[in-house]
Design a protein around this ligand. Structure first.
Ligand code: SF4
Length: 341
C-alpha cells in the first residue's frame, strides 16, 4: 500500500486517462469508532478479569466477526435479560438499553457492566430532560434498531418514532408548540436533515438537541465517502447487514451515482461487480474490524488492483474512557509477577 496519506483533492478522477492501472482508494477515517473500541475492550477486560462466562445482552456491536470472536473467548450473547441466570454478570451493548431493561437486571440481581456508547447516553439524557419539561418527543430513527428501542424506552408515553419525512405528516401531538426531536446516532446526515426540515415545517416551534445527535464517527465516514465516491467506479463498504451506519454509507455512495455494496468480507464480493471497474473505493462501518478491510484489499490485489492508496479526508482521534465497573476491576486485579530475566 502507498505509505503516505494523500489529499482527496489530488486523487485522479475516474475519467482521467493518465493511468490504466486498476487501483484501490482506502478511505480514512473508516472502521472502528471510539464507542466500538470501548465496548469490545469492556468485554475483553471483563472476560480476563472475572473469567467466563460473561453474558452480553444483544450483539455488543453490530458485526458478526466481532461477536463470534468474543463468543469464542467465553462471552454468551443473549437477546433478552431473562436469558441471563440470576446473579450473573451481564454487559449492555454499545447501543444502550431502556430503563425497563435496567430494572429487569436489578430484579434478577445481575452484576451489570454498561458498555453503552457515551454518545448514545447523551441522547438518552436529552430524552429524559425533554420529557420532564413536558415536551412531546419525536425520535428520528429506525424502529427495529436496538438503539432506538433503548432511547424510546426512556419516555415511551410521550415519544413517537419517525423514519421518513413522509411519516412526519401523520404525527399528532397534544400541543404543537411543545414538541422536541432527537435522532439516532447513526443516521444518514442528508436523510436526517430532510426529516428535521419536515418536522420544522409541521411544528415551527419544535426544539432539538444542543448539538446534533448523529455522532462524529457516522458523520466522518459519510463525509469521506462523499469526498471520494466521485473518483471511484465502485464503493465497497465493509460491515454487517444489521449495522445502521454501514448501510448509510452504501446509500450515500449510491445517492452520488457511484454503485456501492455492503459486504461482510471478501467472500461476499461478486466478481461480476469488478468487470468494468478500474477504481474501487473501500470504507468500513464503525463496527467493522480492520482485519476484514485487509482481507478485501488482498482479494482486490489478487484481482489485479495493484495500486492501493489511502485517502485521509480528515483526522480522527476520539477516545472514550472505560466505565467505573471496569476501572475498579482493573485496579483490584492482582498484579502479575515481573518476568524473570
Ligand atoms: S457509531 Fe457513534 S454512537 Fe455508535 S458506538 Fe460509534 S461513536 Fe458511539
Amino acid at each position: 500500500m502507498t505509505a503516505t496519506t494523500i489529499d482527496p483533492l489530488t486523487v485522479e478522477p475516474r475519467d482521467g486517462s493518465e493511468s490504466s492501472e486498476k487501483r484501490v482508494l482506502l478511505l480514512k477515517p473508516r472502521g472502528f469508532c471510539a464507542g466500538v473500541v470501548r465496548a469490545i475492550d469492556i468485554v475483553k477486560i471483563a472476560l480476563e478479569t472475572f473469567g467466563a462466562p460473561i453474558y452480553v445482552r444483544k450483539e455488543i456491536v453490530h458485526n458478526r466477526f466481532v461477536v463470534n470472536e468474543l463468543a469464542e473467548k467465553g462471552a454468551i450473547f443473549v437477546d433478552e435479560i431473562d436469558q441471563v441466570p440470576e446473579g450473573m454478570r451481564v454487559i449492555y451493548s454499545a447501543h444502550g438499553v431502556s430503563p425497563a431493561v435496567r430494572q429487569h437486571s436489578k430484579d434478577l440481581n445481575l452484576k451489570v457492566i454498561d458498555a453503552t456508547c457515551p454518545l448514545v447516553t447523551k441522547v438518552h439524557v436529552e430524552a429524559v430532560k425533554f420529557a420532564k419539561q413536558g415536551y412531546s418527543l419525536v425520535l428520528v430513527g429506525h424502529r427495529d434498531h436496538d438503539e432506538i428501542e433503548g432511547t424510546f424506552g426512556e419516555a415511551p408515553d410521550v415519544t413517537q418514532i419517525v423514519s421518513s419525512a413522509k411519516e412526519v405528516e401523520n404525527l399528532k401531538v397534544p400541543d404543537p408548540n411543545r414538541v422536541a426531536y432527537l435522532t439516532q446516532t447513526t443516521l444518514s446526515l442528508d436523510e436526517a436533515r430532510d426529516i428535521i426540515h419536515a418536522l420544522k415545517e409541521k411544528f415551527p416551534n419544535i426544539i432539538g438537541p444542543h448539538s446534533q445527535d448523529i455522532c462524529y464517527a457516522t458523520e466522518n465516514r459519510q463525509t469521506a465517502v462523499k469526498n471520494v465516491a466521485h473518483n471511484a467506479d465502485l464503493v465497497l463498504v465493509v460491515g454487517s447487514n444489521n449495522s445502521s451506519n454501514s448501510n448509510r454509507l452504501v446509500e450515500v455512495s449510491r445517492n452520488l451515482g457511484t454503485n456501492g455494496y455492503l459486504i461482510d468480507n471478501s467472500e461476499a464480493i461478486d466478481p461480476a461487480w469488478l468487470e468494468t471497474v478500474s477504481t474501487v473505493a473501500i470504507t468500513a462501518g464503525a463496527s467493522a474490524p480492520e482485519i476484514l478491510v485487509e482481507d478485501v484489499v488482498n482479494y482486490l490485489r489478487q484481482k489485479g488492483f495493484g495500486s492501493v492508496e489511502e485517502v485521509e479526508v480528515m483526522p480522527e482521534n476520539v477516545r472514550f474512557g472505560l466505565p467505573p465497573e471496569i476501572v475498579q476491576a482493573i485496579a483490584s486485579a492482582p498484579v502479575s509477577a515481573p518476568a524473570s530475566v
